[in-house]
Design a protein around this ligand. Structure first.
Ligand SMILES: Cc1cc2nc3c(=O)[nH]c(=O)nc-3n(C[C@H](O)[C@H](O)[C@H](O)COP(=O)(O)O)c2cc1C
Length: 182
């Protein structure tokens, strides 16, 4: 699948088939995350793959934003200690979050290109997830990524038109003279 096609056609999936995610595909998806850019190439991310049904149940219990029953959830975490040691306060407090988001997007696009569905989830109790996954204090759960074969084909939620969000040279100067896509 072409990158641009993948970007356009990926959707957040919230209903999954019970079929397991083949190990080879899962590794490809994690590898796509590993190849994301990161500030100073610190690569603060850690990926905790949750497949055990009891652990999945617990993760779901503490994640109101996790919909459906995905066979896999990846907890995308940042190692804040590593970030601080290599990149200081900026890396610890800001780059870690941005880097994990970059990895998440790579993983979602890879999943989509491989025929899998995914949804990124921020609505979870970090405190509970920390306990369930036995995360040490310096490891922060940033995002959850649900993964599985899609059991729905959602319509694309609308996007703000380009003319509302893109400017030329300075704020407020139109880049486009009308006719942006919805
Ligand atoms: C940072 C972030 C947090 C999100 N958290 C949730 C969430 O907790 N639960 C959920 O169902 N979707 C979540 N989403 C998915 C968005 O709702 C979704 O990306 C948006 O509605 C656009 O739909 P699309 O991904 O199909 O294009 C999140 C997306 C992002 C980028």
């Amino acid at each position: 699948m072409e990158v641009l096609e993948a970007i356009r056609s990926r959707r957040s999936i919230r209903r999954f088939k019970p079929d397991p995610v083949p190990e080879r595909l899962l590794l490809e998806i994690l590898d796509a995350g590993r190849w994301a850019p990161s500030g100073g190439n610190i690569q603060p991310w850690l990926f905790i793959v949750v497949k055990d049904s009891k652990t999945l149940k617990l993760v779901k219990m503490f994640s109101p934003g996790l919909f459906g029953d995905p066979p896999v959830v990846v907890a995308i975490c940042s190692d804040r200690k590593r970030a601080r040691e290599v990149g200081g306060k900026l890396a610890e407090e800001y780059l870690s979050i941005v880097d994990c988001a970059m990895a998440a997007q790579n993983m979602m696009l890879a999943a989509h290109a491989l025929g899998l569905g995914s949804c990124i989830i921020k609505s979870f109790s970090a405190q509970a997830i920390r306990k369930v996954l036995k995360l040490p204090d310096h490891v922060e759960p940033e995002l959850l990524l649900s993964l599985g074969y899609p059991d729905e084909q959602p319509q694309p939620p609308p996007r703000r038109p380009l003319e509302d969000i893109a400017f030329l040279d300075q704020y407020g100067e139109p880049l486009l003279k009308g006719g942006g896509e919805g």
